[in-house]
Design a protein around this ligand. Structure first.
Ligand SMILES: [Zn+2]
Length: 231
């Protein structure tokens, strides 16, 4: 969640949002359609259904919208919220973005950069007008993202994924994720001297990943859930 106003991905949005965030967040930007990135979205909209005075806007690529409509908001798994209204109007709408494009979500400007994951997936350069952060989303080794990050002069922080520990490198490679060792090599592509934070660790391997990152990628810090970071 950024500035309590915009969410990037929604894996635990319904469960983790504070009252203030639930009141304010109507813009949700999705990196890709894997369940751990969208699981909290249906219930988030459900929670707001009767009270929201504006629709929850889902920013996603055409492919992701198609998956959501076919597999989640399909009247079988959950209601097709885009067809429903409350007393104030629509409760959910899609805003499609295209690879490489720049779009506005809430008060933030997003640049979508294709990354290297098992399904079509995007990282983002996110700007509030005075500074930017770069977020990889789920990915393995990639190129365009680093070119975008390296040409962002006001870059203040980098958020990267590291899903698996080193001993699960084969699984990481087949599912297009990083391990600490491979992330350390990947970070050599980053020219900017900015703080690097690891997100999207598989929870059961968290301690192991933290330990290994400490040995091989000492410049990185691990994001602590629930903590507020300011850049
Ligand atoms: Zn994924």
């Amino acid at each position: 969640m950024i500035d309590d106003r915009v969410a990037v991905d929604a894996g635990s949005l319904a469960m983790a949002a504070s009252d203030l965030q639930r009141e304010q967040i109507r813009d949700v930007v999705l990196t890709h359609a894997h369940l751990d990135h969208i699981a909290g979205l249906p219930m988030y909209i459900d929670d707001l259904f009767a009270t929201t005075t504006e629709p929850v806007r889902i920013f996603a690529t055409r492919e992701v919208v198609e998956v959501l409509e076919r597999d989640i908001f399909n009247w079988s798994v959950y209601p097709r919220f885009r067809e429903l209204t409350n007393d104030y109007g629509p409760v959910m709408e899609y805003r499609e973005f295209k690879p490489g494009c720049v779009f506005q979500a809430g008060h933030l400007r997003f640049r979508a950069v294709g990354v290297n994951h098992k399904v079509p997936s995007f990282g983002f350069i996110i700007s509030d007008g005075s500074r930017s952060i770069a977020l990889t989303g789920d990915t393995a080794e990639t190129k365009e993202f680093w070119e975008a990050a390296n040409t962002t002069p006001d870059l203040a922080a980098l958020l990267v994924e590291c899903a698996f520990p080193d001993e699960l490198e084969e699984l990481a490679m087949s599912s297009h994720h990083f391990t600490p060792r491979r992330l350390a090599a990947e970070l050599k592509k980053c020219d900017a001297e900015v703080p690097v934070y690891v997100v999207n660790m598989k929870p059961m391997y968290r301690d192991r990943i933290v330990e290994q990152l400490g040995k091989t990628a000492s410049r990185v810090q691990v994001i602590e859930p629930g903590r507020v970071y300011e850049w």
